[in-house]
Write a protein that binds this ligand. Structure first.
Ligand SMILES: *Cc1c(COP(=O)(O)O)cnc(C)c1O
Length: 383
């Protein structure tokens, strides 16, 4: 496979000679109408019918008991970790192969990450690697799981469904149960992805979704906490909306809350985008299939959904045969106006997370050196 033939292939798909971005939003539905309606109503800010509507849409779509809209995905994750009981000084297990927001959110809780490897099947947190780390370094005591050397609690695990491919959740839940560790899913990239028929982000007590501009659907900026029960949902709503106790006019707040509410203006965009989500998913599946056949007889390996899952194919990904081949492909495609990107640098290479405990990261390092993301915007594909 020559870089030039990939450029030609992508240009043929998108039918343009212009710059082709990695993932661009499209607004061909009710977006203008709902946003206009919001402006005319003057309810552009923290209350309004679209916030409630959007939360209900997400509940119906994901099958979660209660969804709580937030200002962005990082805020959703922060609130989820707060609700899961993460405390200052705790450890939270996650993957080194993730976007920095995963680690920032737990850092803001005063917790520190422990990095374990990812699975080559899902590109997300590997349950076996987690179990191995725990077996070597941790023990379960009455209060829960502790890291033996520091005696600090290992409170939660945050797997991330990389590019929309669900992690091995049955196995992960078994490890969580064995070690008494809470599961909080970073489902920022996986709206529309299902594990054995159940939506990602609904397996632990809490999951977090993002509606940033580059995600599968967008609210400009926005996020959602998926909560396992009505009760947990009500508390999550309370703490993300300044913890105000309802009263016709009195201001009384019963704890130090967050102002993480999503503005009604953004929720209006979200309601319109939910109407086209299924269409985007279908288009992205066709696109992924075309990439898959394009690379079939080459030494480049297109990343396909795990057999247990239905992925949203948010960002298409390719494993190159060597780091040199990857660098060459990155350069040639970007020079030709076709946007491709390497994966994030591993979290333990960043200054703020360089000294945290970690397990063997062989898979993560391999993927870091060999993977590139390909243009993935949903497109109308007639061919
Ligand atoms: C996008 C993303 C987030 C955060 O979302 P924002 O809405 O940008 O705050 C968190 N984790 C991962 C893995 C993401 O890709």
């Amino acid at each position: 496979m020559k870089p030039a033939s990939l450029v030609e292939f992508v240009r043929d798909i998108y039918q343009t000679d212009d710059f082709i971005p990695l993932h661009a939003p499209t607004f061909n539905g009710s977006e203008q109408k709902y946003v206009q309606e919001t402006i005319e109503s003057t309810f552009v800010s923290s209350v309004g019918k679209f916030v409630d509507q959007f939360e209900q849409n997400i509940e119906a779509y994901t099958g979660t008991q209660k969804a709580v809209a937030t200002v962005n995905g990082t805020a959703a994750l922060h609130a989820a970790l707060y609700m899961a009981g993460v405390q200052r000084g705790d450890f939270v297990i996650t993957q080194a192969l993730t976007f920095v927001a995963t680690c920032n959110a737990l850092h803001h809780m005063g917790a520190e990450p422990i990095f374990v490897d990812v699975s080559p099947v899902s590109l997300g947190l590997c349950p076996k690697a987690m179990d191995e780390f725990l077996t070597e370094h941790c023990q379960v005591v009455e209060s829960g799981c502790i890291h033996k050397k520091t005696q600090r609690p290992v409170r939660a695990v945050v797997p991330m469904h990389t590019f929309g491919h669900p992690v091995e959740l049955d196995e992960l839940l078994a490890v969580c149960q064995k070690w008494n560790i809470a599961l909080v899913e970073d489902a920022a990239e996986s709206l529309g992805s299902f594990y054995k028929g159940k939506h990602t982000g609904t397996f632990g007590d809490f999951g977090a979704v993002s509606f940033n501009g580059n995600k599968i659907i967008t609210t400009g900026g926005g996020g959602m906490v998926l909560c396992r029960t009505q009760e947990l949902g009500a508390r999550t709503k309370h703490i993300t909306t300044t913890a105000k106790v309802p009263h016709p006019y009195e201001f009384y707040h019963d704890e130090a809350g967050f102002n993480y509410r999503m503005p009604n203006l953004n929720a209006a965009l979200g309601c319109a985008q939910m109407e086209v989500l299924d269409q985007y998913l279908a288009q992205k599946r066709v696109l992924a299939n075309r990439y898959h056949s394009f690379f079939e007889n080459s030494d480049f390996q297109f990343v396909v959904e795990p057999e247990y899952a239905q992925s949203n194919y948010w960002l298409n990904a390719l494993i190159c045969p060597s780091a040199e081949a990857r660098d060459e492909l990155l350069k040639q495609t970007n020079d030709s106006g076709v946007m491709t990107r390497p994966i994030w640098q591993l979290m333990h290479r960043l200054p703020m997370f360089k000294d945290v405990p970690r397990g063997d990261l062989t898979q993560s390092e391999h993927i870091e050196a060999h993977l590139i993301n390909l243009p993935s915007s949903p497109v109308l594909l007639e061919k």
